[in-house]
Design a protein around this ligand. Structure first.
Ligand code: SF4
Length: 380
């Protein structure tokens, strides 16, 4: 049995949303749920920003957002877009000229709330720039910056206020016959964010960009994001995600993928199944897994590896993984390949050996996938 075998209890039925494009990346409909992050370099420091975008793309980011608070930043954006391996979203607040400049500079998407830019004429100009340059738009509602009239109406940030805010912004785009937009409704409170997204999912067919904003540092933010976004994704809601951490953006990408991988919504790289270890362990599980995570970072092929300290759970987990190692002998353990016992290996040599086996299996999987994609006629 493969870990990825389809079972009714493992299947998530996704909400049907409209599909839009962020550059070449489809968002919504049946497109894979994309993973986004945001740079934290100065946008005017072009070299540093390009390096960060490339690191994020290498970690798997499908889309990267960049702040463009001033004209110098939108000027810098042009070169960043040219060098970027992934589509760039320009993050704009309030100033409609920045949106037009970002569209002209090659941004694939503008994060801007049309209700915040001052006049119907300015909305028209931004929509025209987006249309002329093939940009989509993200409406980004945030519980921390709701419009004054909504706070007066609802007395506090609440799901109804967030949905109403989003629908007001949506209407402005629709009035201009612009439909290439996605929507987010972020809050740092997981209950508020989840309820707002559930409301939005019913109120619009626009693709939804999920996020638990200002989630905190790496560990606390990861837990919060996994709970908030995991719950929505499990219910089929969400077309693209951004994990917001006070940490390196590369970590946001890794956490985003881990959330999607845990739900079987994306598969990328080696999924390591490992035990917490205890006095029964036949080798140092924690150190081994830390080393293997680092040594296997370059593997992009989706596959599974079980690293289990002893025979209590080792053979069972190995049955469901591509490669497995279970401790238990005197200074050695059992290697499993494709769920079957294969051979014993000394603990001292097992890390290099497992890396070799994983690399070989990754090549085989890729060859199998290439053969399947080219079809039976190509094999004749
Ligand atoms: S699999 Fe074995 S070593 Fe690992 S936690 Fe369980 S009993 Fe302990």
């Amino acid at each position: 049995m493969s870990l990825h075998a389809i079972r009714p209890w493992r299947t998530i039925e996704r909400r049907r949303s409209r599909q839009i494009m962020v550059g070449p990346v489809p968002v919504g409909g049946d497109a894979p749920i994309s993973v986004q992050t945001m740079t934290n370099t100065l946008t005017t420091d072009v070299a540093a920003t390009i390096a960060q975008v490339q690191a994020c793309a290498e970690a798997g980011a499908d889309i990267v957002r960049i702040s463009t608070p001033d004209a110098e930043s939108t000027r810098a954006l042009r070169e960043i877009v040219r060098e970027s391996p992934v589509p760039i979203v320009a993050d704009i607040h309030f100033h409609y000229r920045r949106a037009i400049e970002a569209a002209e500079a090659g941004a694939a998407c503008l994060r801007i709330n049309p209700g915040n830019i001052g006049s119907a004429e300015r909305v028209r100009e931004v929509v025209k720039a987006a249309r002329d340059h093939g940009c989509s738009i993200r409406i980004g509602v945030n519980a921390g910056s709701l419009e004054r009239h909504l706070l007066e109406k609802y007395a506090e940030p609440c799901p109804e206020a967030m949905v109403e805010s989003a629908l007001d912004h949506i209407r402005l785009l629709q009035d201009n016959d612009f439909h290439e937009f996605k929507v987010s409704a972020k809050a740092s409170d997981v209950f508020l964010a989840a309820a707002a997204y559930q409301g939005l999912a019913e109120a619009t067919d626009a693709p939804l960009h999920l996020g638990i904003t200002e989630a905190g540092a790496l560990m606390a933010g990861t837990v919060k994001s996994a709970i908030g976004m995991g719950n929505l994704l499990w219910a089929g809601i969400g077309d693209t995600i951004r994990v917001s951490l006070s940490a390196d953006p590369v970590e946001e990408v890794r956490v985003g993928f881990e959330i999607l991988k845990a739900l079987g919504l994306r598969h990328r790289g080696v999924n390591i199944i490992s035990c917490p270890s205890c006095a029964r362990q036949g080798f140092d599980v924690i150190r081994t897994v830390e080393t293997l995570e680092r040594r296997l970072e370059h593997i992009k092929t989706s596959m599974s590896l079980s690293i289990i300290g002893c025979v209590v759970n080792g053979p069972g987990e190995a049955l469901m993984t591509d490669i497995g190692f279970t401790g238990g002998g005197a200074g050695n353990g059992m290697v499993y390949v494709a769920g079957k016992q294969s051979h014993r290996m000394d603990n001292d040599s097992m890390i290099d050996h497992i890396v070799e086996l994983v690399e070989k299996r990754a090549e085989e999987i890729e060859a199998e996938q290439a053969a399947a994609a080219s079809g039976p006629r190509a094999a004749e």
